[in-house]
Design a protein around this ligand. Structure first.
Ligand code: ATP
Ligand code: MG
Length: 620
């Protein structure tokens, strides 16, 4: 984005020089012209004065030579005059380089002596010629005896003139340079201050609020300008911080709400780009934020590599926005988890459509529970139907043809019927116990009991069944175990469940070891049943105590409801403050058991069951 400051600079650049620069240059031009003219005038007047002075000098020289000429020729014979004038002239010529020639003439203008004859080259340099009469002064009058003409080359004048021109030029250049320097420095000081201000404005316009201009070495007026600027910058910075703070606070608030929701939330803009994803969604979809942010949601794949959102989003987009029917949920599967997804459109306050939100709810447990429940119902109806059918056919046979059978056969028939009734009874009890034990306000009456008796009792009950399957059951009990407070019925049934499972799931001819001992920490009595059955996988071990859970549901090889171990857990953990456990290895056997606290808390001992909730008398 271009700032206004940038615009201004560009505008100025286009026009060329600034008014200030033009003014400076004009000033410079005028002062240069003024200095130049002054220098010319000075040179001209100096050379004029020099010329006049030189001419005067020539006049004086000519007069002096005339006087000397009169002197040296006075009372000298006519013939010797030439020599006298010659020797005088030669000495004068030699003494001064500037004198080009000297000519002496008599009063009839006849040349007596001319130095041109002796020094013709020097004579050629003459530029100024001056003459003076030779006057002999007597007492009463003066007689003109001749004249002297002097030629001067003007060398000295030239030298002086050129020297003065040079010095003047030098002075002119120096003055000019000084002026230019001063103008430059002055303007650069002014522009430097303006540049600083410009820099500051540029920083502010680029969002760097709080930028300060250093006003240390600035002029008073500029200092005031700078401090006004700094003031403004600081205010802007404070305002900016406050705005950012409040915006960040609002954003953080919204973000933390979004992040803390225990359902997954994925927000997409109206181009299907993922713009926000909360922690739970990352966990559910098993992605890192950087892998999903800014990607098209349609490209997201489920565990089977299918684009799990693509079709549903097309469907969602095909539905008119004003259709107020609730969004249709759909399920996707990610790594064994079932996620229920709900897409809903997203609008701003002004009601413009900006994208959509996908809410992800982990329904794995619910789906599993539904499955377990439906299995339970089918198992229970099957389990109920079997003994009832068996009983009906045996009773029918005995009723119609009882007399045809001998006593032993009749007894055998009754024995089978008894077994079936026991099985039926146990199952009904399990179902009743299940609903009763789960209830919040139910408390089971406890009495101080020797747990060994319960165990031996149960073993006696299953001996016949064990023999049928050629199973050996052994009990190893630690001597002097303390009596503990427990509800005899429920603990008997819990132990019976574990023991009958061991019998049910053990192949014929194997061993079942029962151990009753103190736990290592001495706080519990531990009962365990070890078998040599099929064992359980780690995953199944975690779930066997869940209600309705059955490993065999997939195969239906062994019958059952999946309630037995769940009841054991509820009885032991909820009603006796103990713990259940399982140790197993697939193919090697399992050890199921529970621990009951030796010292039950006082308040738990005086427990009772309200009369109307007492269980029906169990025969199992
Ligand atoms: P029921 O409720 O009629 O007893 P069930 O025996 O199937 O039916 P649970 O007693 O709760 O149900 O047992 C749950 C699952 O645990 C069983 O389906 C079985 O697969 C597994 N299981 C229990 N005991 C053993 C064991 N000793 N050896 C191997 N698997 C066992
Ligand atoms: Mg069972």
């Amino acid at each position: 984005m271009e700032t206004s400051a940038e615009f201004k600079t560009k505008g100025n650049k286009k026009k060329g020089m600034t008014a200030q620069t033009r003014l400076i240059l004009a000033g410079l031009g005028i002062s240069t012209a003024f200095i130049f003219l002054s220098a010319c005038f000075a040179t001209y007047s100096i050379s004029q004065n020099m010329n006049n002075a030189y001419k005067n000098f020539a006049q004086v020289l000519a007069k002096t030579l005339a006087i000397e000429g009169v002197e040296v020729t006075k009372e000298v014979p006519e013939l010797a005059k030439y020599d006298a004038l010659r020797s005088n002239s030669v000495s004068v010529l030699k003494s001064n380089d500037d004198i080009a020639f000297i000519i002496f003439k008599d009063n009839k203008s006849k040349i007596i002596y001319s130095s041109k004859d002796d020094y013709p080259e020097q004579a050629e340099r003459a530029r100024i010629t001056v003459s003076s009469p030779m006057i002999v002064k007597n007492l009463n009058d003066s007689v003109n005896v001749g004249s002297v003409t002097v030629g001067l080359s003007g060398n000295i004048m030239d030298k002086v003139s050129s020297t003065s021109k040079l010095s003047l030029t030098f002075v002119f250049i120096l003055t000019w340079l000084v002026i230019v320097g001063i103008v430059y420095m002055n303007s650069s000081i002014i522009t430097r201050e303006l540049r600083r201000l410009y820099q500051g404005v540029k920083k502010i316009s680029s969002g760097e609020f709080g930028y300060m201009i250093d006003s240390k070495d600035a002029d008073k007026e500029v200092k005031e300008l700078y401090s006004a600027f700094n003031d403004m910058s600081e205010k802007l910075s404070r305002y900016n911080e406050q705005t950012i703070e409040s915006l960040t606070f609002e954003r953080n608030k919204l973000e933390s709400v979004l992040m803390s929701i225990v359902n997954g939330v994925v927000v997409c803009d109206n181009h299907d780009k993922v713009i926000m994803v909360n922690n739970f969604a990352k966990k559910l979809l098993e992605v890192e934020e950087e892998d999903i942010l800014n990607t098209q949601i349609q490209q997201f794949c489920d565990s089977s590599g299918e684009f799990c959102f693509a079709d549903k989003i097309t469907q969602f987009k095909d539905t008119p926005l004003d259709d107020e029917s609730a969004p249709v949920p759909f399920n996707i599967e990610i790594d064994g988890r079932i996620l229920k997804c709900l897409i809903s459109p997203m609008f701003t306050r002004s009601n413009s459509y900006v994208g959509y939100i996908i809410v992800l709810i982990d329904v794995t447990k619910d789906v599993e529970m539904d499955q377990l429940r439906s299995n339970f119902i089918s198992n229970v109806s099957h389990e109920l139907r079997t003994p009832v059918t068996v009983l009906r056919s045996y009773i029918d046979t005995l009723y119609n043809f009882g007399n045809d059978f001998d006593f032993n056969t009749q007894r055998e028939f009754i024995g089978v019927m008894n077994q079936e009734i026991i099985r039926l009874n146990r199952m009904v009890n399990d179902i009743l116990d299940f609903s009763r034990y789960e209830a919040q306000n139910v408390r089971l009456e406890k009495t101080k009991t020797d747990i060994i008796e319960i165990i031996e009792d149960a073993v006696n009950q299953v001996q016949v069944l064990a023999k049928e399957h050629d199973l050996t059951i052994s009990i190893m009990k630690e001597p002097d175990l303390p009596q503990i407070y427990l509800n005899i019925d429920s603990i008997s049934r819990a132990f019976m469940n574990i023991l009958s499972n061991a019998i049910k799931y053990s192949p014929d001819g194997k061993r079942i070891k029962i151990r009753v001992e103190r736990s290592r920490d001495g706080e519990y009595v531990e009962v365990s049943v070890e078998d040599q059955g099929p064992g359980l996988s780690e995953k199944d071990q975690k779930k066997v105590f869940d209600r309705f859970y059955r490993v065999e549901n997939a195969t239906h090889t062994v019958k059952g409801t999946g309630l037995g171990l769940h009841l054991v857990k509820v009885t032991v953990e909820k009603h006796h403050h103990g713990q259940v456990f399982v140790n197993s290895k697939e193919g090697e056997g399992s050890t199921f058991g529970f621990r009951l606290p030796i010292n039950l808390p006082e308040e738990e001992i005086e427990e009772y069951i309200p009369k109307n909730q007492l269980p029906a008398e169990s025969e199992a």
